[in-house]
Design a protein around this ligand. Structure first.
Ligand SMILES: [Fe+2]
Ligand SMILES: [Fe+2]
Length: 473
């Protein structure tokens, strides 16, 4: 069961051949996906041969498979993690009952929405990253970008499969619409705000994969808890792919910080920008921006929707089974940061209503680990600078803090003062222009790296750093 059948048009481990109708429906969707990839996938990349990993099975050994592929020939398919025998619902009002192999009628709309929202983020990020290949800092980095792009494409396949297999006609319609929306488009934008922002340069890409892909990790984790077993198994396999995206993010940021510090150590009397590296103040502003935009993805601090989907068993908490409580939360409370009468207060609310907030806190703790790692690099060079996450209320567009103006240290301000300081805290066009000026063209010769980033400590798949990861046409 765990091995993937590549002899079929759509590689899969769900025995697609035994369901002719579903197979035909997906084969009908496939050309539209390929068209979308040609239109919106990595620009100018169709003829490159890329050293990509492709899953051969869903267990750990299945990832050992690397080889050169032209991306349009990548074998996108449908891979679910192995079923867990006798799996039972782990939370909510159906706790303890067997998990669902079909969608219960009463939860159909909520589940479909959840799958569509998750599915929409996958092609969106490919669209956002579409032009980055033209400014890559190395051949190694170019491969990593492309690996992420093909896997986000596969994540779309994962959600499409669920829509086609379990939601009938409206599922098929949603599947078609996932290829019609476009990131940043005024008329038919992607569903979530962060996925309509631009990813115009490689610092933004590393921030995005460090932070926004990490939001993905936490969303997927809470969906692996779902009582709807096919969704759970789908997300469990997606998480193994997601790990690489976050690796690209944190190691990319670490290499940027390292390079800046090296150059500053060697030229103590000069400015980072004169030396062609990214100054840490600009780095901090990018961090402020991407962090605040990503926090919005978790939704409102107090949410009846999140409470309802927890109670229903649709979406759990991060590592639900390891939490020591009754997993129903009917009588539990949780303190949530709110803004009341001009000040921050911790208010006890129902733990059910605070499900989003809990996931956001888990996410922030995970991000803090990454920031500590970056600060250790800075300290090791004896550079006087400390990166800090901005206050959770800073620059928020959704939820409790969307109407107020808060500085990165949590200072309460009026709108005008906030606007005046805005570009101390968030990247200005000038910052972005500077960062882009460091990346005038693609550096693709194996073993060469742009001046603004350190080489990685090791290559991919135990290959050397100067390995030809992408053979350009
Ligand atoms: Fe993804
Ligand atoms: Fe991802």
């Amino acid at each position: 069961m765990s091995s993937i059948n590549y002899s079929e048009r759509i590689p899969n481990n769900v025995d697609l051949a035994s369901d002719r109708r579903l197979q035909r429906a997906l084969e009908h969707w496939q050309p539209a996906f390929v068209d979308w990839w040609h239109d919106m996938g990595p620009a100018g990349s169709a003829a490159h041969e890329v050293y990509l990993r492709t899953a051969t099975s869903v267990d750990r050994k299945g990832w050992a498979n690397f080889g050169y592929t032209r991306m349009p020939d990548y074998r996108w398919g449908i891979f679910l993690a192995e079923p867990e025998a006798e799996r039972r619902i782990g939370f909510g009002e159906h706790s303890g009952k067997p998990v669902w192999q079909q969608v219960p009628g009463e939860y159909r709309a909520a589940l479909r929405r959840l799958i569509v929202v998750q599915g929409d983020t996958e092609p969106a990020s490919v669209e956002q990253q579409r032009h980055l290949g033209q400014t890559c800092p190395s051949n190694y980095d170019l491969r990593n970008l492309f690996q992420i792009n093909v896997e986000e494409g596969r994540h779309l396949w994962a959600m499409i499969y669920l829509l086609h297999a379990y939601f009938g006609r409206d599922g098929r319609e949603e599947a078609d619409m996932l290829l019609e929306r476009r990131s940043g488009d005024a008329d038919r934008p992607r569903i979530l705000g962060a996925f309509n922002e631009r990813t115009p340069d490689w610092l933004a890409l590393f921030m995005f994969t460090f932070l926004t892909d990490r939001d993905g990790k936490f969303q997927l984790h809470s969906l692996t808890e779902s009582a709807f077993d096919p969704l759970s198994r789908t997300c469990r396999f997606m998480l193994t792919e997601e790990a690489h995206h976050m690796f690209v993010g944190i190691t990319g940021l670490a290499r940027v910080v390292q390079r800046t510090c090296e150059v500053m150590r060697d030229h103590p009397n000069r400015q980072a920008r004169e030396l062609g590296v990214i100054d840490l103040a600009t780095f901090q502003r990018y961090l402020n921006f991407h962090f605040s935009v990503t926090l919005d993805l978790f939704g409102s601090e107090v949410s009846t929707n999140a409470a309802a989907s927890y109670t229903a068993g649709i979406k759990g908490r991060y590592q639900e089974a390891q939490i020591e409580d009754d997993h129903r939360l009917v009588d539990s409370v949780r303190p949530v940061l709110r803004f009341k009468e001009g000040a921050f207060v911790h208010e006890e609310v129902s733990a059910l209503g605070a499900i989003n907030e809990r996931l956001r806190d888990d996410f922030i703790a995970d991000v803090e680990n990454g920031i500590a790692r970056l600060n250790r690099i800075i300290r090791s060079f004896q550079v006087e600078f400390e990166l800090r996450l901005p206050h959770v209320a800073f620059n928020r567009k959704i939820g409790e803090f969307s109407e107020i103006h808060i500085g990165p240290s949590g200072e309460v301000m009026d709108a005008e003062s906030w606007q005046r300081k805005r570009y101390h805290w968030l990247p200005s066009e000038e910052d972005r222009d500077y960062v882009r000026s460091l990346m005038p063209c693609a550096i693709t010769e194996p073993g060469h790296f742009a001046n603004w980033i350190a080489p990685p400590p090791r290559g991919i798949d135990q290959r050397p750093i100067d390995f030809e990861y992408v053979r350009l046409d």
